[in-house]
Ligand binder design. Structure first.
Ligand code: ADP
Ligand code: MG
Length: 278
């Protein structure tokens, strides 16, 4: 990477040397963007299996874009994302919550049960074992007794609990969360954060986009700070230093003055890099 910045905590070499055996995700000169314009560029490095990694950065830093790149919703403009031992369709991916999520006419039970579709297919009827798993997932997120409630009637916190129950059923080794605690109550944040810790204790890799530095300091040992490029990555306390955050802000402001400007358009290779399949 050209200018990783003085604040970069973990260099590519160190990262590779330490983690190469257990890498779950590899970024190789990864540039992602839209309509040929890079949104986040030249990422390099690995994410080890079993990581509990926060992704932070200013608005528009490319955090959501990076998750889309990992699940394959966005094809790289340049470079690649390599997944080691996991298929893209097996990744549990919780997108940023929108009001649209609650507008689907479906009750909690069926909404949660959709987490099993990848394994059983839709509308095939669930076995007794599957039904037991659905009940357990609903219980784990504290929604027992509300199975028949239409999701349109749920609070933001309850809806997020239901979405987490779906992730439980997906039973994926890799969980991607995009600002999961945006507009929800403190009790729900506490319960869902405990669930995330539990997933990580089980050996799952969790990558979570967050703008809550206090939460990240408390819950995530490792952090990636983005501002359209990697500003820093490594131990959370070191990454979230004043120097690094200042640099991230100033990078974001620089790009803000040039809306839509291509950061490295000369290097973009693919003609039509954006595609949609979700
Ligand atoms: P973050 O999640 O860090 O706030 P995003 O990854 O959503 O940032 O966005 C990074 C940049 O890409 C922003 O400049 C944003 O405007 C742009 N962008 C995001 N989604 C799209 C899209 N679907 N089409 C075009 N540009 C997009
Ligand atoms: Mg985002």
């Amino acid at each position: 990477m050209g200018d990783a910045g003085a604040g970069a905590v973990v260099g590519d070499d160190r990262l590779g040397a330490v983690m190469s055996d257990a890498a779950l995700i590899r970024f190789d000169n990864l540039t992602l963007g839209y309509n040929h314009h890079p949104a986040v560029h030249h990422l390099q490095g690995e994410i080890a299996a079993g990581s509990l990694l926060a992704v932070v950065g200013p608005n528009g830093a490319g955090k959501s874009t990076l998750l889309k790149g990992i699940v394959g919703e966005l094809r790289p403009l340049q470079g690649q994302v390599e997944l080691c031992g996991i298929k893209r369709e097996d990744i549990a991916y919780l997108t940023q919550q929108t009001t649209l999520d609650g507008s689907f006419p479906i009750v909690i039970y069926d909404f949660v049960a959709m987490g099993l579709w990848a394994q059983f297919g839709a509308f095939r009827g669930f076995s007794q074992a599957a039904r037991a798993r659905i009940a357990q997932a609903i219980e784990a997120v504290g929604l027992s007794g509300l199975e028949d409630r239409p999701i349109g009637q749920l609070s933001g916190g309850q809806l997020q609990r239901a979405r987490f129950a779906r992730v439980i059923l997906q039973d994926s080794p890799l969980v991607l969360l995009d600002e999961p605690y945006g507009a929800i109550d403190a009790n729900t944040v506490r319960d869902l954060a405990a669930l995330v810790r539990h997933w990580n204790d089980e050996g799952r890799t969790v990558i979570c986009v967050s703008h809550d530095f206090a939460h990240v300091r408390e819950e995530y040992p490792e952090t990636l700070l983005l501002a359209r490029e990697q500003v820093a990555r490594g131990a959370t306390a070191e990454v979230l230093s004043e120097t690094n955050l200042k640099r991230a802000r100033s990078l974001a402001e620089t790009h803000g003055e040039l809306p839509g400007a291509a950061v490295c358009s000369a290097e973009v290779t693919s003609a039509d890099a954006e595609h949609h399949h979700r």
